[in-house]
Design a protein. Structure first.
Length: 392
């Protein structure tokens, strides 16, 4: 089989276009189009400027309302929540193809907690009679003060979610709202029961489309499957072998991504650290030369870049990062950093500062802030220039 040769820059641009951050394709279809393109949008409890699942379409579409995001994810049975790269919103059309994971949970018999006998039946009866419910409405999430002390009802409902008896149909106040799968999933999708090979082929193909070009490890990480499972289905998934200059391992590409050069306007934006462009830290380092770490769970004194560090994308590169917060109508950046290469010359520094300020202004407008202030900056000598630009 002929192996196509790609430069590192070609691979980077292919990945940006596949992720909807280069050219106009990423804007087609609005938020539902973003969800279909990516195949999964990761959820997270942290909310700074907005929740991560709101930041993902914002990065691709610009200022998009929260109502539009929630409707695209949950409205009319458009999506469901399940375990993909992590807890994620998925298009409802993908329900059948996570059957392999639901079967694996059943085979194991439990995930984090032993399931109390009889409680699952009680939970199912409640849902059948009362309709969709939160864990609180079912009897509470915890039996003690510590986070791991789940109540019996919480253990049962999460297990029923794992094995596909119930579905998370939306979130309210960041609580999952659960419903019976037989009621929430369209009958034609619920009736499908593809075997593991069919499921894995579908997911590897989707990962390939969402990444454009990817290594075996990249494909496995996207939906958290095993590398040997990728090996078993990658050719059936329709991906073609490629070799990327500077990448240690061979890679695979979506034929559609190779059909035309990746050209168009680059997005200038802040990215959620849970955005699928950067959620795989090893891939981000290889493709962009950018080493990113979420420091929200690092003790304050040991943080290097801040609590919720958001990469800054401009010109198809990750030029730096910011740690944002809000104080009334002001977007406050506790710390902003530009990569050393992005300030190596005066011209580069000027361009990078302009891009950083543009990304911050756009984000501030989206969340209803009318001013932006940067408190600390690396390099330090750019701080006054950045704040002067932001004050214009």
């Amino acid at each position: 089989m002929t192996v196509i040769e790609l430069s590192a820059d070609e691979a980077r641009r292919l990945q940006l276009r596949a992720q909807g951050l280069l050219g106009t394709d990423g804007r087609r279809g609005g938020v539902p189009g973003v969800l279909r393109r990516l195949g999964a949008v990761q959820l997270d409890t942290i909310s700074v400027l907005a929740r991560s699942h709101e930041l993902v379409p914002y990065a691709r579409l610009g200022p998009v309302g929260r109502a539009a995001v929630e409707k695209a994810y949950w409205g009319g049975g458009a999506g469901f929540e399940y375990w993909a790269h992590a807890a994620s919103v998925l298009p409802m059309s993908e329900w059948p193809y996570f059957a392999f994971r639901r079967r694996e949970f059943r085979r194991r018999g439990w995930r984090w907690h032993k399931v109390p006998e009889g409680v699952c039946d009680d939970v199912l009866k409640r849902l059948r009679v009362d309709g969709p419910l939160t864990t609180k409405e079912l009897g509470g999430a915890k039996s003690g003060a510590d986070w791991w002390q789940w109540s019996d009802h919480k253990i049962a409902i999460e297990w029923l979610l794992d094995i596909g008896e119930v579905v998370c149909v939306r979130r309210v106040g960041w609580r999952r709202v659960y419903d019976l799968a037989e009621r929430a999933v369209p009958a034609d999708l619920l009736a499908e029961d593809p075997d593991d090979e069919t499921c894995l082929t579908r997911l590897v193909a989707q990962a390939g489309r969402a990444l454009g070009v990817a290594t075996r490890a990249d494909l496995a990480d996207y939906f958290r499957i095993k590398a040997e499972q990728v090996d078993a289905v990658v050719e059936a998934a329709g991906l073609v072998p490629v070799r990327v200059a500077g990448w240690r391992n061979g890679a695979w590409a979506d034929p559609g991504a190779l059909s035309a050069p990746a050209r168009g306007r680059h997005a200038t934006t802040l990215l959620s650290p849970f955005d699928s462009l950067v959620w795989d830290r090893a891939r981000t380092s290889r493709v962009f030369g950018f080493d990113h770490r979420l420091e929200a769970y690092v003790p304050r004194a040991k943080r290097v870049h801040g609590y919720f560090t958001m990469p800054v994308l401009a010109g198809g590169r990750l030029i730096g990062r910011v740690d944002p917060a809000r104080e009334g109508a002001t977007l406050v950046v506790r710390q902003a950093s530009l990569e050393p290469w992005a300030t190596r010359t005066a011209a580069r520094a000027e361009s990078s500062v302009a891009a950083l300020c543009a990304a911050l202004r756009k984000a501030a407008e989206w969340v209803g802030c009318d001013t932006v202030r940067v408190e600390r900056m690396t390099p330090t000598d750019l701080l006054s220039n950045v704040n002067a630009r932001l004050a214009e």
